[in-house]
Design a protein around this ligand. Structure first.
Ligand code: AP5
Length: 222
């Protein structure tokens, strides 16, 4: 019988390591990675109407209005590859209204992962972050420096990764951190994100395997 693909939500403060863990999850599980931050940054760099509206909020470390982000996510979730491969939602939902929009159309994850990292670590992680525009890979000047000179030469910095902007993103996060939790309390798994990334992934990997088995064995019983 056909296996049911996984449906995963991952959340956590700015620079808690969501994107880094998502790259490892996608590599192993082949889920469709839907990052609202990545989708919004693509709109901004393409200069679309959505991008023009979103830019100011993002530059100030504030949440982009719910309707813009929710439409984007729901339209991505309705594409065909998502049904076949499963999904990994990164950075959404971030407000009760975003969570309720998914609930209303019956979209619910199998697991809701929260990465816990102390504040004092987060600023350093943001300020040292670099991205490879060619591969999308996430680096850090201190913790994960680029492998070659060639990669190093093309790395870019996110415009919201300055010390000042990170502080305001952290404040926004604190105000909204618990916003989506009540909707997913029964699916909640907290993971200590202040460890080496491979160790964090081992824990997430084992959680995902448990959930995958539970979902698919349940279907066998039906
Ligand atoms: P978004 O792109 O989601 O940003 P964020 O939540 O601030 O999270 P980050 O992408 O900064 O961090 P991350 O957790 O992915 O960490 P990473 O793996 O890169 O959102 C950006 C903006 O878009 C928001 O401010 C908002 O305006 C808007 N937006 C997005 N979603 C929205 C929504 N739903 N509603 C409304 N508005 C929305 O790691 C960070 C660094 O640390 C890297 O350098 C990495 O190499 C390093 N690192 C990772 N793991 C480790 C480790 N274990 N040890 C040491 N270093 C590590």
């Amino acid at each position: 019988s056909a296996k049911e693909p996984l449906k995963v939500m991952i959340s956590g403060a700015p620079a808690s390591g969501k994107g880094t863990q998502c790259q490892m999850i996608v590599e192993k599980y082949g889920l469709v990675h839907i990052s609202t931050g990545d989708l919004l940054r693509a709109e901004v760099s393409q200069g679309t109407e959505i991008g023009k509206k979103a830019k100011e909020y993002m530059d100030n470390g504030m949440l982009v209005p719910d309707d813009i982000v929710t439409d984007m996510v729901i339209s991505r979730l309705s594409q065909r590859d998502v049904k076949e491969k499963g999904w990994l939602l990164d950075g959404f939902p971030r407000s009760p209204s975003q969570a309720q929009s998914l609930e209303r159309i019956g979209i619910r994850p199998d697991i809701y992962i929260v990465l816990d990292v102390p504040d004092e670590i987060l600023i350093d992680r943001c300020v040292g972050r670099r991205l490879d525009p060619a591969t999308g890979k996430i680096y850090h000047l201190k913790y994960f420096p680029p492998e070659t000179e060639e990669v190093s030469a093309r790395l870019i910095t996110r415009s919201d990764d300055t010390q000042e902007k990170v502080k305001s993103r952290l404040e926004t996060h604190k105000r909204n951190a618990e916003a989506a939790l009540p909707t997913y309390l029964d699916l909640l798994k907290r993971v200590d994100g202040n460890r080496p990334k491979e160790i964090i992934f081992e824990e997430i990997d084992s959680l995902l395997q448990q959930v995958y088995n539970a979902v698919n064995n349940k279907n066998l019983d039906e």
